[in-house]
Design a protein around this ligand. Structure first.
Ligand SMILES: *[C@@H]1O[C@H](CO)[C@@H](O)[C@H](O)[C@H]1NC(C)=O
Ligand SMILES: *[C@@H]1O[C@H](CO)[C@@H](O)[C@H](O)[C@H]1NC(C)=O
Ligand SMILES: *[C@@H]1O[C@H](CO)[C@@H](O)[C@H](O)[C@H]1NC(C)=O
Ligand SMILES: *[C@@H]1O[C@H](CO)[C@@H](O)[C@H](O)[C@H]1NC(C)=O
Ligand SMILES: *[C@@H]1O[C@H](CO)[C@@H](O)[C@H](O)[C@H]1NC(C)=O
Ligand SMILES: *[C@@H]1O[C@H](CO)[C@@H](O)[C@H](O)[C@H]1NC(C)=O
Ligand SMILES: *[C@@H]1O[C@H](CO)[C@@H](O)[C@H](O)[C@H]1NC(C)=O
Ligand SMILES: *[C@@H]1O[C@H](CO)[C@@H](O)[C@H](O)[C@H]1NC(C)=O
Length: 533
């Protein structure tokens, strides 16, 4: 009991300690100061050798700046007021912080920042004013801060930028304007700027010429706006662009002319969650350096056979969540850098022989075809993919597997076939999976597997089998094989293994033997019987 009391007392005093005004050393010359109410109070603590201060007001009292001079703060280099609970800046603002390089004013309830609150040509490099109520960024303010490298104005109420507001910021690399009220933006010339974030604003009509004068721009983030159309010739305005994110807008078409301009350097294009309906031939053919193409959750129903031609560097292609019913022959041919292809949640009914072309795609390791309506895989559909490691086919309408599909997939480690309509798995299919570690065959119509030789599936670690109309005798054989091999098959929390759903059907076969004969199984009505339990 005594111990409990001591602990309780410690906890209690700990809570109160935080309410006491104090400064303590964090590391090096970096300090944390608690429960300060003004810059004048801060000045009473700060010593000549202090470099960085963070103010934490757990009671959210806020911090005020009167109009007293603050000579002792002139050497501070870093000031973090993001946990001060709010800031009321007097006329002098930060004028006396003559050495300040990093200033964090995030969450300070500021409605404005004025030029006169900073010393002329302040050395400030890193300014975070995110999560405030600023409505305007004035050129006058930015002219006071010519050394800014990183500027974060996200999560404010900024509706407009003055033309050429950032022009005087010759060092600026990173400008963050996400989550504001911007409708019409012209950044103006800025020779160094590399990263521009204007996501989650109200941009509707946007022309690349509004970004003229940004010769070094590498990343442009415009997701979650109201864009419907993109202007042509992006690389004329932005010759160095590497990353373009226009996800989550209302863009209804991707035109080839969009990618005109100087030799494109684009590496990542995120067009996901828009309203694109078709991909024309050669639409991306200028983008020889593109590595990632995200097109998920559009309405793509038609793809030209040459839509992905020339994407020599493409590593990741995300097409899931569209309305693709047909993949033309040669569509993915010669995408020799491709590693990941996701086609899940489409409307595919079949996979033809030549979709992946005839050149081996040596880097293609992950293919996801789950959540389609696949009934047929052409026997040669995967013949160019001998390096595949993971193949997802769950939730389709497959009735049977052809050994010719799987024989080339010698390195396959993961195969999901759950939620199909498989009636049986052939012995030769099972014996081909030399490297398989995870196999999902749950929720099919399997009532037996071929007799499992000890050397089958030598690397299997996990299997999912539930939800099939197993004959109980066959399931017993299967599970004892799995036990011997120490393969995990039960799943915690599954209705099947907690007894709420049946795992097998008791059949009136002689000697309780596992009946491995599809016609006989059908004659006994085992599948129907299982469905009625
Ligand atoms: C402490 O200061 C030294 C020298 O100025 C610097 O190299 C080191 O990164 C600093 N450590 C921390 C945690 O700031
Ligand atoms: C400013 O402070 C916020 C909240 O403490 C933090 O998330 C953010 O990373 C800081 N900004 C910079 C530039 O360090
Ligand atoms: C604002 O952007 C800077 C990069 O300039 C980043 O370090 C910082 O974490 C961002 N602040 C918040 C609150 O996200
Ligand atoms: C956007 O701003 C530019 C320049 O400030 C102006 O010419 C154009 O008319 C504006 N567009 C809209 C839709 O307000
Ligand atoms: C693009 O924007 C979306 C938000 O719509 C975000 O989820 C995604 O991570 C972004 N992509 C990149 C590469 O930054
Ligand atoms: C793929 O490359 C081979 C060899 O370079 C070429 O013969 C074939 O025409 C190409 N196929 C497509 C569809 O680009
Ligand atoms: C395939 O991947 C390897 C290793 O990541 C890489 O070195 C090679 O360049 C890639 N092949 C192609 C054609 O991009
Ligand atoms: C493919 O996309 C689906 C849906 O977004 C996702 O759940 C799945 O994990 C992705 N597959 C792979 C292999 O990344």
């Amino acid at each position: 009991l005594q111990q409990v009391i001591v602990l309780a007392w410690l906890g209690y005093s700990g809570v109160y300690a935080k309410d006491v005004q104090e400064c303590e050393l964090l590391a090096n010359q970096s300090y944390i100061c608690r429960e300060l109410e003004s810059f004048e109070q801060l000045q009473q603590y700060v010593q000549d050798d202090w470099v960085a201060v963070r103010v934490v007001n757990a009671r959210h009292t806020g911090l005020e700046n009167g109009d007293e001079p603050l000579p002792k703060l002139r050497k501070l280099q870093q000031l973090d007021l993001s946990q001060s609970g709010g800031l009321t800046l007097g006329a002098l603002g930060f004028r006396d912080f003559a050495a300040l390089q990093q200033l964090n004013l995030s969450h300070c309830q500021l409605e404005q920042l004025l030029a006169k609150q900073f010393a002329a040509a302040a050395p400030l490099r890193n300014l975070d004013v995110s999560h405030n109520d600023l409505q305007l960024i004035s050129s006058e303010l930015l002219q006071q801060l010519p050394n800014l490298v990183y500027a974060n104005f996200s999560n404010n109420l900024i509706a407009e930028l003055q033309l050429d507001a950032f022009k005087s910021l010759k060092q600026l690399l990173y400008l963050q304007l996400d989550t504001n009220e911007l409708e019409n933006v012209t950044i103006g010339a800025n020779a160094q700027l590399q990263h521009l974030h204007m996501s989650n604003n109200n941009l509707r009509d946007f022309r690349w010429c509004q970004l003229r004068g940004l010769p070094q721009l590498r990343e442009l983030h415009l997701h979650s706006n109201w864009l419907e159309q993109l202007d042509s010739g992006i690389f004329y305005a932005l010759p160095q662009l590497r990353v373009l994110n226009v996800s989550n807008n209302n863009i209804y078409a991707i035109e080839r002319s969009l990618f005109l301009g100087a030799e494109p350097q684009l590496q990542l294009l995120d067009f996901s969650s828009n309203n694109v309906k078709q991909l024309e031939d050669y639409v991306f053919s200028k983008l020889g350096r593109l590595e990632t193409l995200n097109l998920w959750y559009n309405s793509i129903s038609s793809i030209g056979a040459c839509a992905f031609r020339q994407l020599r560097a493409l590593q990741t292609l995300q097409l899931q969540g569209n309305a693709i019913a047909v993949l033309p022959a040669e569509l993915f041919a010669n995408l020799t850098a491709l590693r990941v292809l996701n086609l899940s949640h489409n409307k595919l009914q079949q996979l033809g022989a030549h979709v992946f072309g005839s050149t081996l795609l040596r880097n293609l390791s992950y293919v996801d075809l789950s959540y389609n309506s696949l009934q047929q895989l052409h026997a040669l559909a995967f013949s160019s993919l001998p390096f595949l490691l993971e193949l997802r086919l769950q939730r389709n309408k497959l009735l049977q597997l052809d050994i010719r599909n799987f024989a080339p997939l010698r390195r396959l480690q993961l195969l999901t076939l759950s939620e199909n309509r498989l009636l049986q798995l052939d012995e030769d299919v099972l014996s081909t999976f030399d490297k398989l570690q995870l196999l999902e065959i749950n929720n099919n119509q399997l009532s037996y597997l071929p007799a499992l030789a000890p050397h089958y599936l030598p690397h299997l670690q996990h299997i999912q089998i539930e939800g099939n109309p197993w004959q109980c005798s066959c399931l017993d054989e299967l599970t004892s094989w799995l036990h011997q091999r120490q393969v995990v098959y039960t799943r915690a929390g599954s209705a099947y293994y907690s007894g709420q759903k049946p795992l097998c059907v008791v059949t009136p076969t002689p000697m309780q033997q596992c009946l491995r004969d599809l016609l006989a199984v059908q004659a006994l009505g085992i599948v129907q019987h299982y469905e009625q339990i």
